[in-house]
Design a binder for this molecule. Structure first.
Ligand SMILES: C[S@@+](CC[C@H](N)C(=O)[O-])C[C@H]1O[C@@H](n2cnc3c(N)ncnc32)[C@H](O)[C@@H]1O
Length: 298
């Protein structure tokens, strides 16, 4: 029997070849359809989509040695700056049929493409909205396990903070792809990354930060964890129980409904690379703003 060419990469739901240079995701519907001209390969009866790190900051972050993306099977993800849906389609593969990806962009031209893509991928929904104003789409997005942001705006950190406060669940992971040149074209990118890290770190625990060169120049990924309020964290220590949200949410898309259990059910440390833990300051999270738990997407 020929040896398998594809193997788990080490980060949840991501695969690689034996040279560990090319990333893949397992195709959501085991479909051989290529959405963006990506290479499709079959291995062991499964279909995999090649994921180009030069076209995706998330893939670049993984190849740069990410210890954790926070995204796994069953996760609900809010993707800010979804564009035509290239990286969101890989996130859709990663979260699988039990997960969901809310894909937000403010440019009508790209949202039109997103609509077509989401018709083919039932675990994705397009949302046209400005990420500066999360209240304007709060009725269409549920509480999420992961907020991912890839938006070239001057106020990238402020946009990220607003959305994390509003939508990220306690214990959830936020990933911010920082584009230094959009913040200040003259400043040293390293200084900008440090300033963004410090701004976000005042409120949330920074778990990782790394540059994305050579895949993306002057970009860094900053990753946070939203800590549960102190009383809740203590409660789970006292009872010896893990914080698991057994609650189920019923969110409906334009057709049919989508149900999921929280991805908290998995032990974070099971097959994921251990985080180098926090090289940066650990601070308490702010209590999330009160919000309705069940939200509907159109
Ligand atoms: C670099 S592209 C994202 C590429 C995408 N993440 C991928 O990897 O496939 C940035 C996107 O952010 C969107 N964008 C910029 N500012 C925004 C805002 N304030 N609200 C929503 N989307 C925004 C742009 O329209 C653009 O499509």
């Amino acid at each position: 029997m020929a040896p398998a060419r594809i193997k788990p990469q080490g980060i949840f739901e991501i695969y690689t070849d034996f040279k560990k240079r090319q990333l893949y995701t397992k195709s959501l519907a085991n479909s051989t359809e290529s959405h963006f001209g990506e290479r499709i390969i079959k291995d062991g009866g499964k279909v995999y989509r090649a994921w180009d790190a030069k076209r995706s900051k998330l893939a670049a972050y993984v190849l740069k040695g990410s210890p954790n993306t926070g995204i796994r099977e069953g996760s609900v993800v809010l993707y800010l700056g979804a564009s035509h849906g290239n990286t969101p389609s890989y996130v859709s593969d990663m979260v699988g049929k039990e997960g969901f990806v809310f894909c937000l962009d403010f440019a009508p031209r790209v949202v039109r493409d997103l609509v077509f893509l989401c018709k083919k991928r039932e675990n994705m929904a397009p949302i046209m909205g400005d990420a500066h104003h999360p209240k304007t789409y709060a009725d269409r997005v549920s509480e999420v396990d992961v907020v991912f942001q890839d938006i070239a705006q001057k106020d990238q950190a402020g946009i990220f903070l607003k959305n994390v406060r509003m939508f990220l669940k306690d214990g959830g992971v936020g990933l911010l792809a920082v584009k230094a040149k959009s913040i200040n074209i003259k400043k040293d990118p390293k200084q900008i990354f440090a300033e963004v890290r410090d701004e976000i770190g005042k409120e949330f625990m920074i778990t990782d930060m790394r540059g994305l060169e050579p895949f993306e120049l002057d970009h860094a990924m900053i990753v946070i964890k939203k800590r549960p309020p102190v009383e809740e964290a203590n409660k789970s220590v006292n009872t010896g129980s893990r914080r698991s949200s057994s609650r189920r949410r019923d969110d409906s898309r334009s057709s049919g409904s989508f149900k999921r259990e929280s991805s908290n059910r998995r032990d974070d440390s099971r097959n994921e690379k251990r985080s180098s833990d926090n090289n940066y300051s650990r601070r308490e999270t702010k209590k999330p703003a009160p919000r309705t738990r069940v939200r509907r997407s159109r």
